[in-house]
Write a protein that binds this ligand. Sequence first.
Ligand SMILES: [Zn+2]
Ligand SMILES: [Zn+2]
Length: 274
Amino acid sequence: MGDWELLITGCGTSHGNPPWGYPQLWSEDPRDLRRRAGAVLSGPDGQVLLIDAGPDLQHQMRDPDRTWDGRSYPARCIVRCDGVLLTHDHADHSHGLNDLRHLNRLMGGTPISIFGAREHLDAVQTMFPFCFGDPDKLYYLGSPALLSVAMTDGALTDVGGLPVIAFPMSHGPAGRTTGFRCGGMAWLTDLKQLPAEADVYLRDLDLLVLDMLREQEHSTHLNWVEAQAIIARLKPRRTVLTHMGYEVKYREWEPRLPPGVVMAYDGYRCRFTA
Ligand SMILES: [Zn+2]
Ligand SMILES: [Zn+2]
């Protein structure tokens, strides 16, 4: 099985950042300009999977790595989707589901499967009932044609040729989120505690993509000390920090990171073994 590519299309926390209205908090470093968290996984046979579908989805599909000049045809745009891995139903991860309809259109009406935990799929179906139902009728009505595919925790699922295992994590008082092991990569965002039972799915990681909100503690996200503890526990070969707050300025943080740990930016790419 060939390598896959991870492209971070957004690495910001729920508001995106930096925040407007606070000029003192602004950053002119383009690496600190972050869309809501998400990624594109590209397979060796042209497969395209998305992780989450947040409110910046349309921009992420048109200009996935932020290299578009804003005028010419965006040559790197995403025109195919073989499935979406949904971490949870929070707005910053799910409120772009409606924009998947353009990908339905580009694929001639082919429905898109949304993979995740039953409770999160039920929640997005309640929020966006017009996206789920008979895919043929939905597509011709101009609505997104989405299929809800509940994953069993701990079971191996083939998603577009990528072996994926879903497992539960704690988002603190916000409830459950789903972590994904995808071949040699693991995607762990929106977590506060990683249950000990998850370790069995996280051995021998080539690449860990990890929630790291900021230096200060937070009730629903890992801070830097907690993220370091997870890295020490799982010992991945490489770690990419994501879902960062405005407080985390690229230029200030980069020099302090230990070997093997980097910060994401919108457009960050790397390969991982499947
Ligand atoms: Zn989030
Ligand atoms: Zn969340």
